[in-house]
Design a protein around this ligand. Sequence first.
Ligand SMILES: C[S@@+](CC[C@H](N)C(=O)[O-])C[C@H]1O[C@@H](n2cnc3c(N)ncnc32)[C@H](O)[C@@H]1O
Length: 226
Amino acid sequence: MSEQSDHQRVAEHLLQLYGGDPFAHVYQASNNHREAHGPDCGVYPSEPQKMRLLNTIVRAAGGRRVLEIGCGLGYSALWLADAVSRDGVVETIDRFPEHIDLARRFAVDAGMDGCIQFHAGEAADILPALSGPYDVIHDDGWFGREPPYFERVVALLRPGGLLVMSNWFLLEQAITGEPSMDWSQFAGRDWAKAVTSYAQKLVARPDLHVSFMLSPAWVALAVKAE
Ligand SMILES: C[S@@+](CC[C@H](N)C(=O)[O-])C[C@H]1O[C@@H](n2cnc3c(N)ncnc32)[C@H](O)[C@@H]1O
């Protein structure tokens, strides 16, 4: 058996401290699904420690309406739904109807289908028909360059709302020039340049205040219950 890295051991310790991952079975199913589905699937669930952090952030933001691009099998949507206030709703989008069907089933099993709405289709096609404003938007669909729906996402976010973008590990790898794998097959040959210019564009926007969290994100946030 391979030795666990320090990072893995500490991550595991934190998870135990939190009392475990309530959606661990969906995390496992997402990884299993990716291996069976094929190369275009793209279901890479966020780490449980990161979803716990996003859950805390949604609580702190008083999130009632949450939008997500990139549902996968619904692992992150369940974590987000667990964080929204009593009458809150999470809407989540995925281009594969198969992902949405599986995600819906997991939500029903968890008794959380009442607070998650599912949209099957391309984000660029679905987003124009949605009406904001959203308190929090989680973009877990973009990869390697500015997504075509970016302006619509900003328009749907309420003033003071929070846009959370996953997958920014690519910026670190663009800066160091040490990609953990050849991303060009998913993100095009110029992915490093494209990721860097997306980061520059985000930071330069006067209507957004952006911070990139280095990984691992050693920050502790706590929300006081009402
Ligand atoms: C990184 S995975 C999302 C993982 C998911 N949030 C979870 O926690 O398991 C990306 C997902 O986004 C979907 N996706 C990527 N780009 C998309 C787009 N432009 N429109 C709709 N779905 C998209 C993929 O089909 C895939 O299921």
